[in-house]
Design a protein around this ligand. Sequence first.
Ligand code: SF4
Length: 239
Amino acid sequence: MRRVTELLKRTFKRMYKTWRDRPYEISEVFESWIGEGAHTGLPATFVRFSGCNLDCEGCDTPQKSRVTFMTHFVEEVVEYISLFSKRRSPFYHWLVLTGGEPMLQVDFPLIRALIEAGWIHIHIETNGTVKLPYDEVERFIWNEHPICKVWYAVSPKSNLVIPEVFSQADEIKIVIPKEMTWFTRIVEREQYQLQSKCIIWLMPWMDDKYEENLDETLRLSKLWNVPVTLQWHKLVGWR
Ligand code: SF4
């Protein structure tokens, strides 16, 4: 009976595309290596979703406002990504959903479709101001794809961060000195009920005061025992 239900489910999926009111808008898809945080150095396909709900001074992704692909259909997003990806091993090759702010667009149906298409490691970069479909995703993975992992990397940029998102984060990257206000708040982990596995990183901002920022990052790291991550993609010239 279970097999028949599965078969029917698959047939329906093939017959009907998953449509939603608001289109998905993608700025670019490219392959590179993850440049910062816990997954530094891992090969990945990057999907940059267009648009952001913040307007940070010195934003380092001006290409976020460009739209090169737009669709209302989840399946077409999955197909579009596969056009640009040459991933060889699903275990070592991650899919990075970034922006702009990807969580303005990324929803549970899209994450489910990506996992069903074979992306077993998905890394999401968010500024933490949009609710995550955390429970739905965790339930789906637990029940149907236990080897998958959806990793939430939060880099706070504004006071609008939703505390619940911090408590769901796998890693939090605090840019020094730009987001200093978050530093003291976050290192007191209890306030946001961070998961015990959540890694807090300090990351020096790469502007014309980089050396000063790096010194300050190292000083705070020693003082608070918080690890440092660099933006290797910028230092080494990865995309
Ligand atoms: S949250 Fe990120 S992408 Fe959005 S404006 Fe700020 S730095 Fe740019």
